[in-house]
Ligand binder design. Structure first.
Ligand code: DSN
Length: 437
């Protein structure tokens, strides 16, 4: 009898096929990447680096890892690459481990304003506890406040400045970050996890001329397996010729054990796919779709943080409907066949669990072949759902809130408006297969 897991995988595949995925950090890999991920490469331990492993039997794995590295070097025009990080958070941790001593100062964008937990979120993360974390924010227009970045950098003299985002809808100006880093002698680390595919497609400023070290996950707009890589630029090597070696040492033995070889092979395949004109067209379409989605949402009287997007993502500001409505709107959309994630907004008056925003992105729907026409329809559904469920206001009292949400969720499952949209969503998604590349 087949393991129950297989029926669960089949259910998950059905869910992904029938629903519209708008989480900006998700995508769908090609059949080639998918195939290599379930290959015999998972069987092998390969601690160390190519031609310098701690275990025997790595002749073929060496070839795979070297090929992945060569492809990434060529794709980005960088002299040093490490493809072994397990994912973005450990990769950032390894970079910090390499460039700082405990107690040194780290500067990053606040999570609530579009940064990432590992960019120094105080108290609850290792990055905020082991380092002296100083966080910069955004201005009223939701754009990074470079005057504040400079003032904080001059005051706190960070060892590392991180330029990166997870919910910041505008272009990251690496040139401005570089100028500030130079004034205080800081390392500039670009975390481009969200925008890698856009950088490759020429749809976002490249960090390569400006950053010392670049980190990216490989499963977002890059459309590869779940993993990450660290790139060292020529600028970084000019400052320290050992910087690449330092990054390698920070991964193993610094923070990790053996690499995930199937992932490495998947990264090599994704790199080859990303080197094509087809991929560049994909990157351009991601942005066109995001612009179309944002434009129609605004047309439908839905507010967006900063009034729009310059990238693949946007954040809906639900404040005018009520504080902290992100949770119920995200749940209702899921019932209606559209999954996104609730998110804080820069002017948040709710909490991370009950935030007032909803983050949307177009990498996955673009991989499925959807275009502006579909974005317009999706925006109309989102607006309809947001207005529909916002009529039921979240109570301010903590206990009442939990009771309300339980009842809200039960009722949402039977809601005819949501059920009707779900039917229409199913008809749309049937026309756009999951692996359309
Ligand atoms: N979880 C990722 C995201 O959704 O942006 C970041 O790690």
């Amino acid at each position: 009898m087949p393991d129950k897991i297989f029926s669960l995988v089949a259910k998950e595949l059905k869910r992904q096929k029938e629903m519209i995925g708008l989480i900006p950090s998700e995508n769908t890999v090609s059949p080639a990447v998918s195939k290599v991920l379930s290959s015999c490469l998972s069987n092998k331990y390969s601690e160390g680096y190519a031609l310098r492993r701690y275990y025997e039997g790595n002749q073929i794995i060496d070839e795979i890892e070297l090929l992945a590295i060569e492809r990434i070097k060529k794709l980005f025009g960088v002299p040093y690459v490490n493809v072994q990080p397990y994912s973005g958070s450990p990769a950032n941790w390894a970079i910090y481990f390499s460039l700082m001593q405990p107690g040194d100062t780290l500067m990053g964008l606040k999570l609530s304003m579009g940064g990432h937990l590992t960019h120094g979120h105080p108290d609850v993360t290792a990055s905020g506890r082991f380092y002296n974390s100083v966080q910069y924010g955004v201005k009223k227009d939701a754009r990074i406040d470079f005057a504040e970045v400079e003032q904080l950098a001059k005051k706190h003299k960070p060892k590392v400045i991180v330029a990166g985002n997870t919910a910041y809808p505008f272009e990251l100006d690496f040139k401005k970050f570089r100028a500030i880093a130079d004034k205080v002698g800081a390392w500039l680390v670009a975390d481009i996890s969200h925008i890698t595919g856009l950088v490759i497609a020429g749809e976002h400023m490249s960090p390569v001329p400006y950053a010392d070290v670049i980190m990216t996950t490989t499963h977002k707009t890059f459309r590869g397996p779940r993993g990450a890589m660290i790139l060292v630029t020529q600028r970084g090597l000019d400052r320290d010729p050992d910087l690449g070696k330092r990054m390698n040492a920070a991964i193993i033995p610094g923070t990790q054990g053996g690499p995930h070889n199937a992932t490495t092979a998947g990264i090599a395949i994704a790199a080859a796919e990303a080197s094509t004109a087809k991929f560049r067209a994909y990157g351009k379409q991601i942005r066109k779709n995001a612009t179309a989605l944002a434009t129609e949402l605004l047309q439908q009287d839905i507010d967006l943080v900063g009034g729009g997007t310059e990238t693949h993502l946007m954040v809906i500001d639900l404040t005018k409907f009520g504080i902290g409505l992100g949770t119920q709107v995200a749940f209702a959309l899921d019932v209606a066949g559209i999954y996104a994630n609730r998110n804080t907004i820069p002017t948040e008056q709710g909490s991370p669990f009950y935030p007032s925003g909803l983050r949307l992105g177009t990498p996955l729907v673009t991989s499925r072949g959807m275009k502006e026409k579909e974005m317009k329809q999706i925006a109309k559904w989102i607006a309809l759902v947001a207005k529909h469920v916002s009529e039921q206001q979240l109570p301010t009292d903590r206990k009442e809130r939990a009771v309300f949400l339980k009842k809200f969720r039960k009722n949402a499952l039977k809601d005819p408006v949501l059920k009707n949209i779900r039917k229409e969503v199913k008809m749309m998604t049937a026309k756009f297969p999951l692996f359309q590349l």
